[in-house]
Design a protein around this ligand. Structure first.
Ligand code: AMP
Ligand code: MG
Length: 409
């Protein structure tokens, strides 16, 4: 396989158009199973079953104000003073008002006593003595302050559709419906691998010629923020035999292998050739984009994804957000993170390649302000940025105020 992205010559142009990459990766699919999860671990997961109401919602005529329950037709007879026949508290069985001219003292959450159809809030009444109260309103409507049985959902109505991502309110809804082990889509097993003999773990004091591994931490954090859970982090050396051995094991153990570094044109950028020799089928190598030209993507023998991201930190994060996240969103059912956003300054297009321009948010004016960085190695320059906007190829300038696609880190 030729390194097609280099065909354009030493100017580092060429590579597959971003539009075409979207098509090619749009066809990439891999099946993910389902599993049951505990409710306390359900946040952020994607529901794999439709959840129905097991009984009407609410399940009884629920009093929704502290006050007095009575029959509104008695009030229609101009009665304003009522004898209190009893009390209905939350958690008590249904009671009955036998005297249609009387009332019940009721608390929020109680079952509305039989024979009553309305609740007057306590602040709209005057307590006359231990057994009597006066209503201080001029009119009364049946059903007021009563959350009627089945008003929100009938029994067997759908409350949560299949594919819904579980946020806080969905978790509460599941609890309310008694679903303590919701069926959710699997999260793929992901390993994020750094490669390069100049790299040391962040806890190691680097020598003068060494740098700390940072990409894998950023990549794993981005995956976690998107709802994919915590990825495994590993490091491999540039030495061929070890690399081959490590990759063989990873391809066996993980559905998604995300590598950073070692896919460019250097003498020790061995990943593409080793991966293909291990049966990974190359899907693309080289994208007409800046940053991130050397991106390599393949399909593992077991059907999983192998992504070889460039080692430069800005390129690695950009390729992940622009090309890998959308693919993972489709596979897992997670919602797309892409948004449209206006840019607060003009940006220049590039001929023949898509630019990805880091931006920070202007939250007051809801605009994206381009962030100037010193090339794709400038990880420090990215601090404070929220993601990047996509600037399609061309010759002209994109005017300030234009809406562009935004991808968060
Ligand atoms: P490579 O793609 O392997 O040629 O690496 C390009 C540049 O990115 C080199 O300067 C590497 O030191 C740097 N780099 C590669 N991987 C990482 C990493 N995991 N963390 C930080 N920098 C990296
Ligand atoms: Mg390297």
């Amino acid at each position: 396989m030729t390194n097609s992205f280099f065909d354009g010559g030493p100017g580092r142009t060429g590579g597959m158009a971003v539009e075409r990459v979207d098509q090619v990766l749009g066809e990439f699919s891999f099946p993910l199973g389902v599993e049951r999860t505990d409710l306390h671990a359900a946040l952020g997961r994607v529901l794999a079953e439709s959840v129905l109401a097991d009984r009407p919602v609410p399940p009884y005529n629920r009093v929704c104000m502290d006050g007095y329950a009575l029959c509104s037709s008695s009030f229609g007879k101009r009665q304003t003073e009522y004898v209190i026949h009893g009390e209905a508290r939350a958690g008590e069985v249904e009671k009955s008002l036998l005297d249609p001219q009387g009332c019940f003292e009721v608390m929020t959450g109680a079952v509305l006593p039989l024979g009553c159809d309305t609740v007057i809030p306590v602040e709209r009444t005057t307590r006359l003595d231990a057994s009597r109260m006066r209503v201080e309103v001029s009119e009364l409507s049946p059903g007021a302050n009563v959350h009627a049985l089945g008003r929100d959902r009938r029994a067997h109505d759908e409350v949560l559709p299949i594919g819904r991502r579980l946020g806080p309110v969905e978790v509460a809804a599941l609890a309310s419906l008694g679903i303590t082990k919701p069926l959710v889509r699997h999260r793929p097993r992901v390993v994020v691998v750094s490669s390069g003999d100049e790299l040391v773990p962040p806890q190691t004091e680097p020598l003068a010629h060494q740098v700390r591994q940072s990409n894998v931490w950023g990549i794993a954090a981005s995956l976690e923020a998107a709802g994919l859970g915590r990825a495994e982090l590993l490091h491999v050396s540039d030495e061929e035999a070890t690399l081959r051995q490590n990759l063989t094991e990873m391809l066996d153990a993980f559905e998604i292998v995300i590598l950073s570094g070692g896919v460019s044109m250097g003498k020790w950028d061995l990943l593409p050739s080793i991966l293909t020799s291990l049966g990974v089928v190359q899907i693309l190598h080289g994208v007409a984009q800046q940053p991130g030209l050397p991106l390599w993507i393949g399909k593992a023998p077991k059907g999983g994804l192998v992504a070889g991201l460039p080692g430069n930190p800005v390129s690695a994060m950009t390729c992940l957000a622009r090309h890998i996240h959308p693919l993972l969103e489709r596979a897992t059912g997670l919602p797309s993170r892409k948004q449209r956003i206006e840019i607060a300054e003009s940006v220049q297009r590039s001929v023949g390649k898509t630019r990805f321009v880091p931006v920070r948010w202007d939250l007051e004016r809801l605009r994206a302000i381009p962030v100037k960085i010193d090339g794709s190695g400038d990880w420090a320059g990215l601090v404070g940025s929220a993601g990047f906007v996509q600037v399609d190829p061309g010759t002209e300038v994109v005017a300030s105020g234009t809406s562009l696609d935004f991808y968060p880190w």
